[in-house]
Ligand binder design. Structure first.
Ligand SMILES: [Zn+2]
Length: 289
């Protein structure tokens, strides 16, 4: 955080330097775009093929074939979910929260994509419906579905509060992945990554720019829907923070399950669509040139 009393004296042209207008780091006009019209048409006639209930303070994994849709729905009560996505055929390719944030901003909604890390860096999923898109940003600067936070974890909790808390999203996702793919716990833990905070309402405070959370506006029936651009393995944790109105990493908050449903489009609905190819950069990094 910035100090209340700076140690350094401001230069004479400080105000002029601060008055320079910002430019967007990554203008996205040239980014490969999803065919939103085709996806909007395809999602009108879907057939459910699978469903998974994520228990409160726990996580579950689910598989989504490329070209299918999946939906995360609030049921029973306001609940935040921490979402991990992997390429189902290569778990080393997974969601890259930081680059997704750099491209699409701090909070995602319809049309935004969840990008994988280097070297593949391609869309793993595209958001096709967001029943909370009406929320926008509130007067505190808060919005829903952030890619700011990481995931609640037992290590940070041990530093801030002490003790061993095992139902943080990081541990929930680790156990779920370990069980689903029959991986040793440590191997599974190394594959868990920064999340999309589904339904969580967050922002940065206006004075100190600290990460804040507030009660999620999600209500039962609300959902966030995705199109799987590649074969996906998903992991979803029903955060021990519940609606994240007070705290997480404890058993005090009211927590509810989350519903994950997988849907197939009608045959022919995605004619012309192909899964995105890995990033075209040649990975030579200029060596020998
Ligand atoms: Zn959590």
């Amino acid at each position: 955080m910035k100090p209340d009393t700076p140690q350094s004296t401001a230069p004479a042209d400080a105000e002029a330097r601060k008055a320079v207008a910002p430019v967007i780091c990554y203008p996205v006009q040239t980014l490969p775009q999803p065919d939103r019209a085709q996806l909007a048409q395809a999602r009108k006639a879907l057939t459910k093929t699978d469903e998974v209930i994520v228990p409160p303070r726990d996580a579950a994994c689910f598989e989504v074939p490329a070209g299918h849709f999946f939906r995360i729905t609030s049921i029973e009560g306001p609940q935040v979910g921490d979402l991990n996505l992997w390429n189902a055929n290569d778990l080393n390719e997974c969601f890259y929260s930081g680059k997704t944030r750099a491209l699409h901003g701090t909070h995602l909604s319809t049309g935004d994509r969840m990008w994988s890390g280097f070297p593949t860096m391609r869309p793993l999923a595209t958001i096709t419906y967001d029943s909370l898109d009406w929320y926008g940003f509130d007067r505190f600067g808060g919005g829903v579905h952030d890619v700011i936070g990481t995931r609640c974890d037992p290590y940070t909790n041990a530093l801030l509060k002490g003790g061993q808390y095992h139902h943080c999203c990081h541990s929930n996702l680790t156990r779920a992945l370990s069980a689903h793919r029959d991986l040793p716990l440590k191997q599974a833990e190394a594959l868990v990554h920064d999340v999309l905070n589904v339904f969580m309402c967050t922002g940065f405070t206006q004075d100190t720019h600290q990460y804040f959370m507030k009660a999620s506006p999600v209500r039962p029936g609300d959902y966030l829907e995705f199109f799987a651009e590649v074969d996906l393995l998903g992991g979803l944790s029903a955060c021990p923070g519940g609606d994240c109105s007070t705290e997480h990493s404890s058993d005090l908050a009211a927590c509810y399950p989350l519903l994950v449903e997988v849907f197939a489009p009608q045959s022919g609905a995605l004619d012309g669509w192909t899964p995105p190819t890995p990033n075209p950069y040649d990975q030579s990094h200029g060596q020998g040139r």
